[in-house]
Design a protein around this ligand. Structure first.
Ligand SMILES: Cc1cc2nc3c(=O)[nH]c(=O)nc-3n(C[C@H](O)[C@H](O)[C@H](O)COP(=O)(O)O)c2cc1C
Length: 356
């Protein structure tokens, strides 16, 4: 029987415990999109996690679309990330970079006026936030051509190589939450008639090609994947999620990735147990877990580890708090995406937690 505080090996990654920090956009990189000392401090404070997954990070200018989020496509950004990885490693932590392309969820404001790209010319419902934070309707994106697809796959691989050059222990491909890869996966946003659309096999093809290219670039054992089984968020819609994810599991079983992190609300889990049965690799669960539910999932063998999002924003020493049964700090959602130290590096730690 495993518990939350036991180590775990996932490909080339070695977790000292099974409490994972899920990827969290915090928008502190500023207009330059270059990681900075403040971000290094924030991540280093959380180094007791078994694994830190970084905030979503744009793989290319076309993939960008969130004010003050970081990128990993220039030398300056790569050097900035080096500060973060050094600070985490000095605290004996482990950190991987989440590779992000937003597809149709971006906006021309971020793209020098160009239309965002997506599998099909279907706008997401709702509003994007523009460059100055004002709300703007999502636009109808431009349908990706075969050469757009090939370039984007190459961008994922190049960004992964940069991440390793910046000192990350690995990368996580962002295949979740309605961004580009998810837009290919789900039927509501993919109405292509070529080999990337139509059947489940075809809709999964882009994801698999990205996984293969990134694994080739940095090693499968350093390549992880995030998926989400949620309809609604960022206009995702698919009536056959279990079948879709069963096919993903079958395809990925031969690819030896480090792990899959699957986001699915626990209230109506249909995909996570199915994924556990069909996927032979390491499975990390996410969304709404508490200490007790996370421990139960791990001791029962339903999951190998659990990732925490909002609790990690508010509790840099989440592992120590869990270990001691200490109360958790409350999250202040107002400061989630503010540009500054408030609500970022000033959540209190337990008095006896060693100073970060
Ligand atoms: C402020 C904030 C930023 C987030 N940023 C990202 C992100 O960059 N990438 C991602 O995959 N998920 C992101 N998420 C989703 C979280 O990783 C996580 O899936 C979600 O919060 C549910 O887990 P929780 O109940 O433990 O918070 C974000 C969530 C929040 C609240």
């Amino acid at each position: 029987m495993q518990n939350l505080f036991e180590p775990l090996t996932a490909g080339e990654l070695k977790f000292k415990n099974r409490v994972v920090m899920s990827p969290l956009t915090r928008a502190r990189a500023g207009e330059t999109r270059i990681p900075n000392d403040l971000m290094a401090e924030y991540y280093a404070q959380r180094a007791s996690a078994g694994l830190i997954i970084s905030e979503a990070t744009a793989i290319s200018p076309m993939g960008y679309g969130w004010r003050n989020a970081p990128g990993i496509y220039t030398d300056e950004q790569t050097d900035g990330w080096r500060k973060v990885t050094d600070a985490v490693h000095q605290k004996n932590g482990q950190i991987i970079l989440q590779l992000w392309h937003m597809g149709r969820i971006s906006h021309p404001d971020f793209l020098n006026g160009a239309l965002p790209v997506a599998p099909s010319a279907i706008a997401a419902e709702g509003e994007a936030r523009g460059l100055t934070g004002e709300k703007k309707s999502y636009v109808i994106p431009r349908t990706m051509t075969q050469s757009d697809i090939e370039e984007t796959i190459a961008d994922f691989a190049a960004a992964a190589r940069r991440a390793i050059a910046a000192g990350f222990d690995g990368v996580q491909i962002h295949g979740a939450n309605g961004y580009l890869i998810d837009q290919f996966l789900k039927e509501g946003s993919n109405q292509r008639t070529d080999k990337y659309g139509g059947s489940i096999e075809n809709r999964v093809r882009f994801l698999i090609e990205v996984c293969e290219a990134v694994a080739l670039a940095v090693g499968a054992g350093r390549t992880a994947l995030r998926l989400s089984a949620i309809n609604g968020y960022n206009s995702m819609n698919d009536d056959h999620l279990p079948e879709l994810f069963a096919h993903v599991a079958r395809e990925l079983n031969t690819r030896q990735l480090a792990f899959i992190e699957l986001r699915e609300p626990q209230s109506a889990q249909r995909v996570t147990p199915m994924m556990r049965e069909n996927f032979k690799g390491i499975l990390i669960g996410n969304d709404g877990y508490e200490l007790a539910t996370a421990e139960a999932a791990i001791t029962s063998g339903a999951l190998d580890a659990v990732s925490f999002g909002q609790k990690y924003i508010a509790n840099p020493d989440l592992v120590e708090r869990f270990q001691r049964g200490a109360p958790l700090n409350e999250l202040d959602p107002k400061t989630s995406y503010n540009n500054g130290p408030e609500g970022y590096i000033d959540y209190p730690m337990l008095p006896t937690t060693r100073a970060a």
